[in-house]
Design a protein around this ligand. Structure first.
Ligand code: UD1
Ligand code: UDP
Length: 361
């Protein structure tokens, strides 16, 4: 059988790292990897292919950035052309980005079955572009790979037939386990940034709700500056956030005013894993980073109003901090140091990728 896999954004490369390898071990499946080009900087794309030994994409559609409609529309057009050429038996999509939705729509219109990795996640906030992408993709898909029990419940509540839903676990847990040793062996990030384990905070910010709202973004940066006066903060800056801060002229001032706020370029996965594992606290609005904090038992503060990964809040490993004022952000991050949660294992046993590959045949 021929399977076309659509990827385009950083977290999708990371998820595909384990799934693609598992698929390619199964005789009789030909996987055609398609990169939409949504993320294109070397440190947002190429670094992951190289470090995680992801097979070279058969097609790079080179779509790049744009408004939601333009980006998704151009992806849809190019993916449709690729599907007409490759004639797949199934299209595999990951997560909730515009590349996910474009892949699902292109396949649905051509009557090609769709498999969705990370199905059933819900923030219940329809103003988030990702929520629309997830809901629509799940309702186009015929094979839904749910990471958690909560995700399964969400899908059932929306009327998705139970036989289409497979609770396989979370592929990001597989990736974290698989690359843990390589990261320990190869990453020099702690030395390079002069960091002492458990004596720094790691921060990442890129959600549109935070970056595109000047008040929320200012609150977050002011909050991080306050934290950095107490404990170093490492802030690998996402290109969306960098572009906005450059426009506001705030970028140079950030590190100059507070040298212990270390604003750095996005790092590769192996360095990220070491930063997450050794941080005292992680402050983030990323979906993937919230889970990785839990994998390493690092307390997490989520700078959002809600999260799809509800089980991390319920178990005490993560706390929500809507970025409404810098003082609350400072207090929540500093007081999370040393916090622990309950002994839970919501993300499976590290074999999600193998289960997915087996179910695809
Ligand atoms: C996208 C996803 C988001 C996901 C995130 C992962 C959508 C709607 N959003 O958000 O769900 O969490 O990826 O990181 O699909 N840019 C660069 N270089 C790049 C890529 C982007 O400079 O390689 C800049 C461009 O100015 C671009 C902006 O970042 O306009 C936003 O990129 P885009 O891919 O549209 O959305 P993300 O914020 O990355
Ligand atoms: N990540 C990385 N380098 C960075 C920031 C994040 O390798 O500088 C990894 C992180 O470890 C996780 C994934 O990127 O595996 C999360 O992606 P992102 O935060 O961009 O998107 P989201 O998960 O929110 O969709």
């Amino acid at each position: 059988m021929t399977l076309v896999t659509i990827i385009g954004a950083r977290p999708q490369f990371i998820k595909a790292a384990v799934v693609s390898h598992a698929i390619r071990r199964i005789p009789g499946i030909r996987e055609v990897l398609v990169h939409t080009g949504q993320h294109y900087d070397d440190n947002m794309s190429a670094v992951f292919f190289q470090e995680l030994e992801i097979p070279e994409p058969a097609h790079n559609l080179g779509i790049g950035s744009g408004s939601h409609g333009a980006q998704t529309g151009r992806q849809l057009l190019a993916i449709e052309e690729t599907l007409l050429r490759e004639k797949p038996d199934c299209v595999l999509v990951y997560g909730d980005t515009n590349s996910t939705l474009a892949g699902a729509l292109a396949a649905a219109k051509l009557n090609v079955p769709i498999a969705h990795v990370e199905a059933g996640l819900r923030s219940f906030n329809r103003s988030m572009p990702e929520e629309i992408n997830r809901v629509l993709t799940d309702h186009c898909a015929s094979l839904l790979f749910a990471p958690t029990d909560l995700a399964v419940q969400n899908l059932i509540r929306e009327g998705i037939p139970q036989h289409a839903i497979h609770r396989v676990g979370d592929v990001m847990f597989d990736v974290a386990l698989h690359f843990a040793h390589k990261a320990e062996q190869q990453s020099r990030v702690l030395t390079r940034l002069d960091l002492i384990p458990k004596q720094f905070v790691l921060a990442t910010i890129h959600r549109a709700a935070n970056t595109d709202d000047p008040v929320r973004l200012k609150n977050i940066l002011d909050g991080l500056e306050q934290v950095a006066r107490v404990i170093p903060v490492v802030f690998p800056i996402h290109p969306r956030t960098r572009v906005i801060l450059e426009k506001q002229g705030r970028l140079p001032e950030l590190s100059n005013n507070t040298p212990q706020l270390k604003v750095i370029a996005p790092v590769g996965y192996l360095d990220m894993l070491m930063l997450e594992k050794n941080a005292a606290v992680i402050a983030t609005d990323s979906g993937g980073v919230q889970k990785e904090a839990f994998f390493y038992q690092t307390p997490c503060v989520t700078l959002r109003d809600e999260t799809e990964w509800r089980e991390l809040i319920d178990s005490g490993w993560n706390r929500l901090c809507p970025p409404s004022n810098p003082e609350t952000i400072r207090h929540t991050i500093l007081s999370a140091r040393g916090a622990r949660g309950n002994n839970v294992q919501p993300y499976g046993d590290g074999t999600a990728a193998e289960k997915i590959a087996a179910l695809l045949t």
